[in-house]
Ligand binder design. Structure first.
Ligand code: 6R9
Length: 657
């Protein structure tokens, strides 16, 4: 088994050493009140200091932290640095078009945030109101988020790859009166028609009164409804660049972000002010070993939790420069990331395994001539990273001198929960290693719910006690929060992932144990994709499974039984794929659609997905299908199926299509 000692840099002191880390971790678990009292006071600016650190728990679903304290998140992320270091760069905007980077200082950011906060007020947004943000990965997205935080509005950022139906559902669920978007988006040289998509969505959203439109491309043909729409530049430039921050109670909601679970309907996961900000700030400081002059390069999109925490809130709270990257790793060439790293002297670089695998496949020549010597920490997030990709990241990108942090966390955890620590942790490629401060993990037997103690065990991952940045509820549906996370194994937070704890107590995340598929780090539930397919006029029934994929980690395969009335099967498959794109977004496009006469169902009518998973992954072949014994050997017991003959038909059909 490969292991790597954490690198030490000449002339650079890490925040933590093996000794300080051990002591701090122990305290964070044994006396969380003392530990987080210090962290909360040292890392955040409080308007009204807290006296109570922690209350509530997983049994009742009433977790709360620092509840009598008051602060403002935008003050912590912007004002305090604008006061201390006004001319320091806060945001580096690396636009889609190469060579067009722009820098925004903390003083400038403060003015922009204030002007936008005043704009929101002008359109009657008040504390507690929900604001939808559907923007490309541009600084205005961060400005809009921070402006909401400044006045206490709850932002709901909707990733700009979602289709109009998905945008509509999210706006309606949160009853947003204001939507912020752009005329168009630019990604990898391609235009996306954001305003058109938003228009189609809000036609069906009577709650929307105002749509603020940022001019990203300046396209003249963009639709504009004067009674409802306003141009960002026209209204914002008129506002006063001063706006006093609203004082927020620690447990007031900061934002909501939709994520997929086992059912078709996305959940609006709610994060609160102080606990979330502390998690974001602490993990940036310790996991990325952030120092004042760092340039943090998180390549995610602000539309996902990684962008919220590690592009916007975490780095800005620490007062460093954060990169907002609008493009894709292969545009205009597969050297784009490395060009960006050398140009901006990026010190922490954070991306997803899917990008690492894709770049690895394209060859090392794209890294030739790049120094990459500014990087100290290389991070990975979103899905398990296979050891080959890890080693490539370490050797070819990190030149064997950087710390690799494989960080495991979720939309719901708000910030990183399992990770190596620079200067401290011996890494093993493929393992996210050990829990972060305040995080106590458990491994349970999925059937009995019994905790598996000791090392060398495998089961489902749970978190045993609340830490500051854990999500507090699902928007307008606390029952769903309880049912999804806290009821499955009472007293624990159920993460939905399988895990192994090895002989050294290292954690190896095994992927989801529920019906969630992870395509290039995008979380989707099988039920969500199935609901989209059913909307197709010819689709009778659909079952969706994930199959392993070399680049995207997993890919979507759909089995559909269809009504009569189609002539060309290829056309039908195309239109079913288009249906999913249209209903969810391009990132959810199925890799394959297999048209089948029927689905494999048990006598009680449940679809046996494990059969479909094996058929889709080609784990069972035509050769196996020749005999019952062959089928049984590959698929296990299928005796509970209502009609066992369907299995052979499925294997044959899948092989042909
Ligand atoms: C931050 C983020 C969460 C799910 C999570 C797990 C998978 C994330 C991982 C990882 C293995 C890692 N996941 N990081 N699996 N190793 N380092 O991705 O949030 O979009 O909510 O996804 O992603 O399955 O449960 P989110």
């Amino acid at each position: 088994m490969l292991e790597f000692e954490p690198p030490q840099f000449q002339g650079h002191a890490h925040h933590l050493t093996k000794e300080t880390y051990e002591e701090m971790y122990k305290e964070s678990i044994a006396s969380p009140e003392t530990f987080f009292d210090k962290m909360g006071k040292n890392l955040l600016h409080w308007h009204q200091p807290f006296t109570k650190v922690k209350a509530g728990g997983f049994h009742q679903g009433d977790v709360n932290w620092f509840h009598d304290g008051q602060l403002n998140v935008s003050y912590n992320c912007v004002d305090r640095h604008a006061i201390a270091t006004p001319n320091k760069v806060a945001i580096i905007y690396e636009a889609d078009e190469p060579g067009r980077a722009q820098k925004i200082t903390y003083a400038e950011l403060l003015r922009k945030v204030c002007q936008f906060a005043n704009t929101l007020k002008k359109y009657h947004v008040k504390k507690g109101d929900r604001v939808a943000i559907y923007l490309p990965n541009i600084p205005e997205a961060a400005v809009a988020m921070l402006a909401c935080a400044r006045i206490g509005a709850i932002h709901s950022v909707i990733f700009a790859g979602f289709s109009s139906d998905a945008v509509r559902d999210r706006i309606l669920d949160a009853e947003c009166a204001v939507v912020i978007t752009a005329d168009q988006g630019m990604r990898g040289g391609k235009v996306t028609h954001l305003k058109k998509i938003v228009d189609a969505a809000i036609e069906q959203c009577p709650c929307v009164k105002t749509c603020i439109v940022f001019q990203r491309t300046g396209d003249k043909s963009v639709p504009f409804t004067p009674e409802r729409d306003v141009w960002w530049h026209e209204v914002v430039d008129n506002q006063r660049p001063v706006c006093p921050p609203e004082m927020m109670k620690s447990e007031d909601p900061l934002f909501m972000l939709y994520t997929s679970g086992s059912t078709g309907k996305p959940k609006g996961v709610v994060h609160t002010q102080a606990g979330y900000l502390l998690g974001a700030t602490m993990t940036c400081k310790y996991v990325f070993d952030m120092h004042p002059n760092d340039v943090h390069g998180c390549m995610a999109d602000v539309g996902w939790i990684t962008g919220h925490t590690y592009i916007v809130y975490g780095p800005l709270s620490n007062g460093v420069a954060t990169v907002i990257f609008e493009s894709v790793p292969t545009y205009p060439t597969p050297s784009r990331y490395w060009d960006l790293v050398d140009t901006h002297k990026v010190t922490q670089f954070y991306t997803a395994p899917t990008a690492i695998r894709a770049l690895r496949r394209l060859g090392d020549k794209h890294l030739e001539g790049y120094k990459l010597d500014s990087i100290r920490v290389l991070g990975s997030v979103g899905e398990p990273i296979n050891p080959e990709a890890w080693l490539w990241y370490h050797e070819v990108v990190g030149r064997k001198r950087c710390m690799i942090v494989d960080t495991y966390w979720q939309t719901e955890t708000g910030s990183i929960v399992v990770t190596p620590i620079p200067g401290v942790t011996t890494t093993k490629p493929g393992s996210a290693t050990k829990p972060f401060f305040g995080v106590e993990l458990g491994v349970l037997d999925s059937q009995t719910g019994q905790e598996l103690v000791g090392n060398d065990v495998e089961g489902v991952l749970v978190i045993k006690s609340p830490f500051p940045s854990i999500a507090r509820t699902v928007y307008d549906n606390h029952k769903r929060y309880m049912d999804t996370y806290l009821k499955p194994y009472p007293g624990f937070y159920f993460a939905g992932d399988g895990v192994k704890r090895d002989k050294d107590g290292y954690y190896w995340i095994q992927g989801r144990v529920d019906d969630v598929i992870n395509v290039s780090g995008h979380r989707m539930s099988t039920a969500e994709v199935e609901s989209a397919l059913i909307l197709h006029p010819l689709c009778g029934e659909a079952a969706v499974v994930g199959v392993p994929d070399d680049i995207s980690g997993e890919a979507i395969v759909c089995f559909c039984s269809v009504k009569s009335g189609y002539s060309d099967i290829t056309e039908l498959q195309q239109s079913l794929r288009a249906q999913v794109r249209q209903n969810i977004g391009p990132f959810a496009t199925p890799k394959r659609v297999i048209i089948v006469p029927d689905l494999p169902k048990t006598r009680s009518g449940k679809i046996m997905r494990r059969i479909l998973r094996k058929v889709a992954a080609k784990d069972v072949t035509l050769e196996d299908a020749k005999t019952d014994a062959g089928i049984r050997e590959k698929l296990g017991d299928i005796s509970t199926l209502a009609d066992q003959s369907i299995v052979k038909i499925l294997i044959e059909t899948a092989a042909k299509q």
